[in-house]
Design a protein around this ligand. Structure first.
Ligand SMILES: [Zn+2]
Ligand SMILES: [Zn+2]
Length: 280
């Protein structure tokens, strides 16, 4: 499985000299092989990803965009993804079901005035929208995908993606502490556990430190410490800390890493960094 980070920042694009190492674009992760491009979230990072697609890839690749939820930082790049403007190009958007509306209506809120000049119906690509059925596996070529609701405000899913014997778990916005009375002790009662269990790589929310989390309980995000506890509970092989807080500089992130990541942990921990690749 080949994965690349196009956006690792949470909440809002954050570009300055202090964030240039880990990146300022909001969530977008690409998984590619020789026929498929799977894109996890359409934050501002998806613009650069779209620009990087060669003519050969555009002609031959099947493009699927898997959205976790409709918070702006996870869809704000969508209108700037060039393949959407290629006539006839087949593109599929997958997203969570929302009780009183359709996926088309939710994506359509972004496209069209007053927020965007182009209506969804005006896009020249051949766009298909699929609402996810939580816990029901679906297949995109050689990838097996399961999505399920996780603890975050509004209808939000995380994804578990398998290919061959490798498993990637993507849970960018998540507050596992909130849904469990004695987190992290009961796996079966912990939000997201089944998505992350035994994953080769878990990409997970790490928006706060425990001190910062105190005043932000219920906002939908977790601390670096909670992400590590969750990864330990799920028995993952590697954790990439993701959805960096816009207020955290590169220096802050590295200071937290040194202070909060115990190097005797039974798995690897990294700070997800825009512009880097991971092979599983
Ligand atoms: Zn987010
Ligand atoms: Zn969110």
């Amino acid at each position: 499985m080949n994965l690349s980070y196009w956006g690792t920042r949470g909440s809002v694009p954050t570009f300055n000299l202090q964030t240039q190492k880990y990146g300022g674009n909001t969530p977008c992760v690409a998984l590619s092989d020789d026929q498929t491009l799977l894109i996890l979230d359409a934050g501002s990072g998806i613009r650069g990803l779209g620009d990087s697609i060669s003519q050969d890839m555009m002609d031959h690749y099947d493009i699927h965009i898997l959205i976790t939820h409709f918070h702006l930082d996870h869809i704000q790049g969508l209108g700037f993804f060039k393949p959407l403007y290629v006539p006839g190009k087949k593109i599929t958007i997958w997203g969570p079901p929302v009780s009183d509306t359709t996926l088309r209506a939710n994506v359509g809120k972004y496209f069209g005035p007053p927020l965007f000049p182009v209506h969804l119906r005006e896009l020249p690509c051949a766009l298909t929208l699929h609402e996810i059925v939580p816990q029901e596996p679906f297949y995109i070529h050689s990838y097996k995908i399961v999505a399920d609701f996780i603890c975050h405000p509004g209808a939000t899913v995380g994804y578990r993606i398998s290919k061959g014997n490798k498993i990637l778990s993507y849970i960018p916005d998540h507050e596992p502490w909130l849904g469990s009375v004695d987190f992290p002790n009961h796996a079966e009662w912990t939000s997201g556990y089944e998505l992350a269990k035994d994953a080769d790589l878990l990409i997970h929310d790490s928006h706060f430190t425990n001190d910062q989390y105190e005043g932000k309980i219920g906002w939908g995000h977790c601390s670096i410490q909670h992400a590590i506890e969750f990864a330990k509970l799920a028995n993952v092989k590697r954790l990439d800390l993701f959805h960096h807080n816009p207020e955290h500089t590169d220096e802050d992130l590295e200071e937290y890493y040194v202070r909060l990541v115990d190097n005797s942990l039974p798995f690897d921990v990294s700070l997800a960094r825009e512009g880097t690749n991971v092979t599983l």
